[in-house]
Design a protein around this ligand. Sequence first.
Ligand SMILES: [Zn+2]
Ligand SMILES: [Zn+2]
Length: 165
Amino acid sequence: MSLPKHGVVCSRCDFKAGMPEAPVRLHYRLDDGATWDARRETGWCYSCDTVTSIEDLPPIWLVERLLDGSTSGSVEAGEHEGLLKWLRRRKSLPRCLECGSEDNVRLKMGRADETRRIPVLGFRHGCGGMLYVVRTGVRVAWAFDRAPHVYLDEEGRVCEETAGT
Ligand SMILES: [Zn+2]
Ligand SMILES: [Zn+2]
């Protein structure tokens, strides 16, 4: 499948970066051996000093709600209990998936303006400018079914990467 590639530009300086769009299949590997599909979102990493992918951890309240909604004693309830225990013992904030730093913020995108730029809300670049997501004009063919698998440990550190098949 071919999709337009996006970049991020600053309204004030000449900062330019590619959006972290390359497909990856992300999983957590918990200490008890269970695995969970992990999600990522776009963030700003202060350590990388650019736009990166950061972990999108499921919120505890959501897992509590899932647990309440599952039949007690069922396999599903057991899985949700495992997930909840892990989230409660986890110490790290969401990590940057490039460098592992916890010093990052998630970026919230606004609505596209008349020139189809998408403003990044509530964030200022180091120069004081606003960031915008723009189309680069390049189309890229991503093979989602051949995306690499990346495994994170309980604290969100990359522990294994395997080539996609
Ligand atoms: Zn700037
Ligand atoms: Zn980073």
